[in-house]
Design a protein around this ligand. Structure first.
Ligand code: MG
Ligand code: ZN
Length: 224
């Protein structure tokens, strides 16, 4: 059920399409078992369009590729732009074009994992479709999930999406170099995130100025 609110403040309950979320959890658990069998760790990157998910993955790849055999999976509605950006970093990258689907799902990931040489892989970085809202409800089987937000989303991004932030173990706040221009109080933004889930680990970063990347990389890997 959802709530519809009209211009005069009237509420109305509306039916929302029910997904078979249980199936997604079952498939995600199977993906995780497959990864664990080969000792492969998978980290998922979520966040809105334009928050810098691909840029952050590029930065992490540069720092980690000498120590880990990395494959990146890029989810997007269309184009191979992200894949090309990752390939340019010198690691393997696969593009999933979802067409109209606004998130990746465990069944799609299963098909991709079956095609990868997991024996030769240490780390898989998955970039979900640019979307802040629904990917969180569709687990893929990743060992870690990171939400990438950006100060360009404004000061209220956490307050407006509490259910998403409630699930997040790691949050990267990107483009902190733009915080003064965007009039975003970084301290207040971090406080809002921590208020929703006190155990969340928040990493202010700037891919452009390469700030905070080392700290984030050290927190994400090695995956225990
Ligand atoms: Mg991207
Ligand atoms: Zn979706």
């Amino acid at each position: 059920m959802g709530t519809f609110i009209d211009g005069r403040g009237n509420f109305k309950e509306i039916e929302l399409k029910q997904d078979l979320l249980q199936d997604h959890w079952t498939l995600a658990a199977a993906n995780r078992r497959r990864l664990d069998r080969f000792g492969v760790k998978m980290i998922e990157f979520m966040g809105s369009v334009g928050t810098g998910k691909t840029s952050l993955i590029q930065q992490l790849v540069h720092r980690l590729k000498n120590d880990y055999s990395i494959t990146v999976i890029n989810g997007d509605l269309a184009t191979t732009i992200d894949q090309e950006r990752i390939l340019a970093c010198g690691v393997d990258a696969l593009q999933i074009n979802t067409g109209k689907e606004c998130h990746l799902d465990a069944a799609t990931l299963k098909g991709v994992l079956e095609r990868l040489d997991l024996e030769q892989t240490d780390l898989i970085l998955v970039e979900n479709v640019g979307n802040l809202i629904c990917p969180v409800d569709f687990p893929l089987g990743a060992h870690r999930r990171l939400l990438v937000i950006s100060v360009t989303e404004g000061p209220y991004v956490a307050l407006k999406h509490p259910t998403v932030f409630m699930e997040m173990e790691y949050v990267a706040v990107n483009k902190i170099d733009l915080a003064p221009v965007m009039d975003v109080d970084l301290t207040a933004l971090v406080r809002d995130i921590m208020a929703i889930r006190p155990a969340t680990r928040v990493f202010p970063v700037s891919c452009k100025e390469q700030k905070g990347i080392g700290e984030l990389a050290a927190a994400l890997v090695p995956v225990q």
